[in-house]
Design a protein around this ligand. Structure first.
Ligand code: PLP
Length: 278
């Protein structure tokens, strides 16, 4: 690999997301004016119910949401994180190397392995630490589960610890919709803030249509199936280990040391997005 590309990968602390031409072409079918609904007349609720039913099935081979009867549209998983932390009065913990944004808006407690049973655990699966699935075993504390990377991977089961309170989803990663701000959050109890907003039909109607468009054209593992070969090719070329998420990889080479996110292993998280045409 050219030295400047290696440097570019080493210098990028973020995850960039690919937007494939095919997804772009499908997005052109959506017209903003289609969702000019009168708030309160039920049309937006009808759209959201349809999307919710479709989404539950869409992800079901990966995660069973039957214990989470409430579903809300959010402006990306970020919005779900805001609504969670805005109303969270308990202390929370997270594994070293976890997605950093929640800690930027409200400090939590970093942990390595040992979980404090009295604190809420915020955890991403697949993990933002390296783009890989992780098993959540023997976790009894309340859990906020961030599944933002679902739709960037193949089908692997995610188990929900028994006290999981919220499960968050995003369409930013798998489909490159980072600027569209589209996501869903599922809860066991009515959400402290989003429930009232939902009763008032107060959410982004266009965003719901975008989710519908994506799910009607792609299965949850289509992006992985389409792009996995490219990921493997790049990884072979650059001596990286492909992550479960198709545009991420890891490397234990000391050159990439600054991209290591945890002291529990030597794997640096490396983003492949800029290395090819997806
Ligand atoms: C684990 C995790 N959660 C949430 C987000 C934010 O996602 P969104 O674009 O849906 O707000 C990211 C983005 O990097 C992430 O890695």
């Amino acid at each position: 690999m050219e030295n400047n590309l290696k440097k570019q990968i080493r210098n990028n602390p973020w995850v960039d997301v690919p937007l494939a031409d095919d997804v772009k072409r499908i997005l052109k079918r959506q017209t903003v004016a289609d969702t000019y609904y009168k708030r309160g007349d039920g049309q937006a609720t009808k759209d959201l119910k349809h999307v919710e039913a479709q989404h539950r099935k869409w992800v079901n081979d990966i995660i069973d949401l039957s214990e989470f009867p409430y579903c809300y549209f959010t402006n990306g998983a970020t919005d779900a994180l805001h609504y969670w932390l805005l109303t969270e009065d308990r202390e929370y913990q997270y594994y070293q190397g976890e997605y950093e944004y929640p800690m930027m808006i409200k400090p939590g407690h970093e942990i390595n392995q040992l979980i404090d049973p009295d604190k809420v655990l915020y955890v991403s699966v697949p993990s933002a630490c390296d783009g890989n699935f992780v098993e959540l075993q023997d976790i009894n504390c309340p859990v906020i589960l961030d599944c933002t990377y679902v739709s960037s991977t193949n089908i692997q089961k995610i188990n929900t610890p028994k006290n999981t309170e919220q499960v968050m989803f995003s369409f930013s990663k798998g489909f490159g919709l980072v600027g569209q701000r589209v996501g869903l959050v599922y809860t066991k109890e009515p959400h402290k803030t989003l429930h009232t907003l939902k009763e008032l039909e107060n959410w982004n109607y266009g965003g719901v249509r975008t989710i519908d468009l994506i799910m009607s054209n792609y299965t949850v593992d289509d992006m992985w199936n389409i792009h996995r070969a490219k990921q493997i090719k790049i990884c072979n070329e650059y001596d990286f280990t492909p992550s479960d998420c198709y545009f991420l990889s890891t490397s234990i080479a000391p050159y990439y040391k600054r991209r290591r996110r945890t002291t529990s292993n030597d794997a640096a998280r490396l983003c492949l997005t800029s290395l090819t045409k997806w």
